[in-house]
Structures are given as C-alpha cells and as structure tokens.
Design a protein around this ligand. Structure first.
Ligand code: FPP
Length: 248
C-alpha cells in the first residue's frame, strides 16, 4: 500500500457510478456499451482505491429503482455483475479483497444470488480492501427492512423501545460493521444522492464530478482524494482555531 495523496486518506469511499448511458449516447453506441465500459472503470477504481490505502469502497451498481428500466437493460446489468464475479473473483481474492453485497437479496434471481453469496463467502477472511457492491439497493428500503426487524424484536419481547439507539439501528442495516463513508462521489454532473446510503452519509463529504462513469480514471480518483484531503470535517462541532477565537 502506498499513500498516494498528501493528507488524510478516507477510510471509506462510496461512489454513485452515473453517466454510462450518456457516455454511450455521446458516441452513438447502445446504452449497454456504456455499462460494459463502466465495468472497466470499476476494475481500475478498485485497484486505485486499494493502492491509495482506502479500506472500504462501496459502488452503487443497481438501485432498487433500477427495475423500472427496460427489461433488456435490467438483464444486461444483472449479466454484467454475474460476469464480473465469475471473471474477477479469483483475481480479487488473490489481491486480498473482501467482498460484501448490500441491498435486498431476497428478490434476486436464483442464478445471481448464489454467485454473490459465494463471492462473500470466498473472500470473508481477506484483510485487504473491502469492496461493497450495492445491488438491488435503496436506502429507504434498507431502513424499512431494519425497522421491521427491530419492530419484530420489540413485539417478541427481545428488545425494549428505549434500547433502539442510533448505534443499534446502524447495526441492523445492511452495512453493519462497515464504517460510514467519509466521502461520497457521484459522477456525471448530477448532484443528488438518489436513495444511496442516506443514513450512513449523514456526515460524509460529497463530491460531484462532471465525468461520465466510464471516463472515471485513476487520475480523476486521485484528484478527488487530494481535494478530500483539504476538506475541514467538523461533524457538527467547531474548528479548534475558531473555537479559540470565539471563546475569548
Ligand atoms: C448509471 O448510469 C449506472 C448504473 C445504473 C449501473 C452501474 C453499473 C456498472 C458500472 C456495471 C456493473 C457493476 C459492477 C460492480 C460490476 P446510467 O445508465 O443511469 O447513465 P445515464 O444517467 O447517463 O443514463
């Protein structure tokens, strides 16, 4: 691991990989080609993140709202994830990458789910970067499922309402055990979170980059990390120097 940037490296970076369709359209190509090229950017991004010392990288690969897309595109996105796991799992495992999948697994197709579970199982003991793939993921759905679980524990007398704390809720989410993202990046110039890690990103730094996802390169990523290193994170507190002046 090399520290490629000066200043603090985020422990967890989460990325909304947006702009595959527009990338393809700008080249007169079908949207599918944008997603395919997007997988190449995924590979490079995982490598860059690991070499920069990032410990968790979360990628938004398919949202719970993406089912609204044409069936052919949905099938294509499922196929790409399947192909990625089949082709890259051995390599990722060799590189000590741990894989976690977040999102509602219950609805996933029977040909995809076992592959995802296998990827998690195979890499469970790895100690390098954790690659979190958000698939069939939506924050509101994740929080709803967590609240249902807690409500059921209360109904069964296993938990008292006052025992439900923010920490307890965090530990009931799909991301349990994963630290909140320090930095959330969205590509393609759109400036919204689109139901991605809403609870977890309460204090995340947000970065909206103009590049379409297939063009997201190592250089772009490293520049974003440099810019993150200059941000002043206060988590609702005050800057030490400001506090000294203010308390005089
Ligand atoms: C958003 O672009 C992108 C997606 C909905 C899918 C992202 C998926 C991949 C990059 C490939 C599979 C992922 C892995 C982890 C192997 P868009 O289609 O909404 O673009 P647009 O806004 O320009 O139409």
């Amino acid at each position: 691991m090399t520290n490629l940037t000066a200043g603090p490296v985020p422990q967890h970076v989460a990325i909304i990989m947006d702009g595959n369709g527009r990338w393809a359209k700008a080249r007169g190509l079908p949207r599918t080609m944008g997603h395919r090229k997007g997988v190449e950017a995924v590979r490079e991004t995982v490598r860059t993140a690991a070499s920069a010392g990032i410990q968790y990288l979360t990628l938004y690969a398919f949202s719970s709202e993406n089912w609204r897309r044409p069936e052919s595109e949905v099938t294509d996105l499922m196929g790409l994830l399947k192909m990625f796991i089949r082709r890259d799992l051995a390599e990722l495992h060799k590189e000590n990458v741990r894989i976690r999948i977040i999102g509602d697994k219950v609805q996933l197709r029977s040909d995809l789910l076992p592959l995802l579970l296998e990827a998690e199982e195979t890499t469970r003991g790895n100690t390098g970067i954790t690659l979190v793939i958000a698939f069939n993921y939506g924050s509101r759905d994740e929080i709803t499922r967590a609240v249902q679980r807690l409500a059921s524990d209360v109904a069964n007398g296993l938990l008292a309402p006052h025992q439900i704390t923010a920490e307890h809720l965090s530990a009931t989410l799909d991301t349990q055990g994963i630290p909140d993202p320090d930095l959330v990046i969205r590509t393609s110039g759109e400036e919204r979170l689109s139901n991605f890690l809403l609870w977890q990103s309460a204090y995340s730094e947000l970065m909206f980059l103009p590049d379409f996802w297939p063009d997201f390169s190592r250089e772009t990523f490293l520049k974003a990390l440099e810019s993150y290193a200059c941000r002043d994170r206060r988590f609702g507190g005050v800057d030490e120097t400001t506090r000294a002046v203010g308390s005089v």
